[in-house]
Design a protein around this ligand. Structure first.
Ligand code: GDP
Length: 197
């Protein structure tokens, strides 16, 4: 799929105020600073569509972008920002879990994982929660240009091994770099396939 148009639609904190669920949608989420905004901008070819954050954990909104007029790309707030307050964290949990559990047109959650790191408890906890709620997801490893291919693959293998302690299978996995435009076609093709299914 080629992205011909990517249009900002709205920012929300309440599921009731989201656009009508009349188009398939794919949500992007991950730890603050994982490279989510950079990935969204790389996928859409728009350098400033999602705001890359100098202050991690700041954007606490659900952002909807309409892609090619036919599906929504959704930018969700990052999780696991250590310096956020407990109250903030609870409100994050409230409206994001609300969104993830209640959005009928949500096709897939792209969980972004920093490919430089060995498996992090917070990411595993989050995907286990998705699993417990039956929310479909894929894993998108980011910043693959930052280290050797071998190291990236090693970290992914470790992640899979951790997952297989509680899961029977591993989901779809993508390796990406916003810097090197890596993984764009694969990810967009996957989304197109899901939308057409
Ligand atoms: P977000 O908080 O998850 O939206 O993360 P950002 O997209 O704002 O990225 C956080 C930092 O990582 C920024 O300094 C980006 O320039 C950097 N970054 C993001 N993606 C990549 C990548 O693919 N490669 C490299 N080398 N740096 C990246």
């Amino acid at each position: 799929m080629e992205i011909r148009s990517a249009e900002f639609i709205c920012s929300n904190t309440k599921v009731d105020k989201l656009p009508l669920p009349d188009k398939p949608e794919h949500a992007f989420i991950g730890r603050s600073n994982v490279g989510k905004s950079s990935l969204i901008n790389m996928l859409t070819g728009k350098r400033k569509l999602a705001k890359t954050s100098q202050t991690p954990g700041k954007t606490q909104l659900i952002n909807h972008f309409l892609i090619n007029g036919i599906w929504y790309m959704v930018d969700l707030p990052g999780y696991g920002y250590a310096r956020t307050s407990k109250k903030n964290r609870r409100s994050w949990e409230g409206f994001i879990t609300d969104y993830l559990e209640r959005r009928p047109n949500l096709q897939c959650v792209m969980v972004l994982i920093d490919s430089r790191l060995e498996p992090q408890a917070i990411d595993l906890e989050f995907i286990n929660w998705l699993g417990s709620r039956g929310v479909p997801f894929s894993l998108v490893f980011t910043k693959a240009d930052k280290q050797s291919k071998q190291k990236t693959i090693q970290n992914i293998r470790l992640f899979e091994r951790e997952m297989l302690k509680t899961w029977e299978t591993v989901p779809e996995i993508f390796i990406t770099s916003a810097e090197k435009q890596l993984g764009k076609e694969e990810l967009l093709e996957f989304i197109e396939g899901v939308n057409q299914a």
